[in-house]
Design a binder for this molecule. Sequence first.
Ligand SMILES: [Zn+2]
Length: 404
Amino acid sequence: MISLAQTALQKYGRIDNGWSFMQNNDTPATSTQQSLQENQLPLVVGVDLGGTQIRTAVLRGATLLSRVNFLTGANTQPDSVLPRVYTAIQEALDKANVTIEQVAGIGAAAPGPLDSATGIVFSPPNFPGWDGIPLRDMLAQRFQTPIFVDNDANVAGLGEYMFGAGQGSRYMIYMTISTGIGGGVIIGGKLLRGTNGIAGELGHMTIDWQGERCACGNIGCLEYNASGTSIARRANEAIQAGEGTELLTFARTMLQHSSTVADQRALPTQGVDPSTVELHMADIEEEDTRAGSTQQGEEALRVNAHTVALAAEAGIPLARAIIQHAAEALGAGFVNIIHCFNPDIIIVGGGVTQMGPMLMEPALRIVQERAMKRPREAVRIMQAQLGANVGLIGAGALVYYEQL
Ligand SMILES: [Zn+2]
């Protein structure tokens, strides 16, 4: 059924020259033919529930008819968040001048782990208080329409599969690299969910089996070695060990020009999900350290992944080495994916990938050197296309995927 939807919705040009660092375009491309095709799809509601924002939209295919953004707020308890979700859904309907009876269903993306079969959310690390919350049934009590729930990375992967870079693919791997690393795996046109709905946790594949312990309990995970959090952690560890003088000087210079840094011109950010924006901001935790003595400043100044990326671009060896480490870990992850799944496409999204060639070229070189020839020649590794709305488009795609 998915292939039918894909055929009907073939709408984006494909980029066939390997990794492309072209900017994503938030607005789906339009043409007469494609508008007609998309018009054949029913309206759906998409819900993107995150630690930072609650986002809702009424969609037809990849086209947003309305969009509502709420801050999730400091209190992430279900009693506090759920009423805001209900309100955000109703506001999206009202803004689009649509009633719940006119939509084919509500698709919701929520932080994992969650079981899509039951719609129950199990203690996501960034969602305190959500332990065994029956999100699907609670939404169903409120809205009389079919409700589908899945984890945010699976949902984003479905979005790219149906409406983005994965169109026409059958064996597609989606990976998002931001503060963490998530994944969505499409096998033979089907989302791979696994026994407990946990399949596709690509960030927690082992890269360094004798390495350090990840928050998940495993040793040497990809996420521990290549996420934005990992890049920042390695930089700050080096600084604390006294190896980061040049990087610190660079970070201080950036602070002195913090207005230019704040408007984020230094790295392209268009198409970056707001949930990853913290990678690009807040270079320090305590601003008054900037005028302090060198010793005190070195203790208090914390750099983030964005600063490390800029420092690497400026040629600072420590920063280059840290990005190189992340890139090579990512390359090893790609090799594992290619050998395990023999995909036709690997789609990479998330804020960290905005570093572009600095991250992707070493990763692709590892693939070239290490992956088996036949599956390597069959795969394209490409940038995600849907940009900041991937969560909402994917949530809507979940309704189509489950119903078409
Ligand atoms: Zn892990």
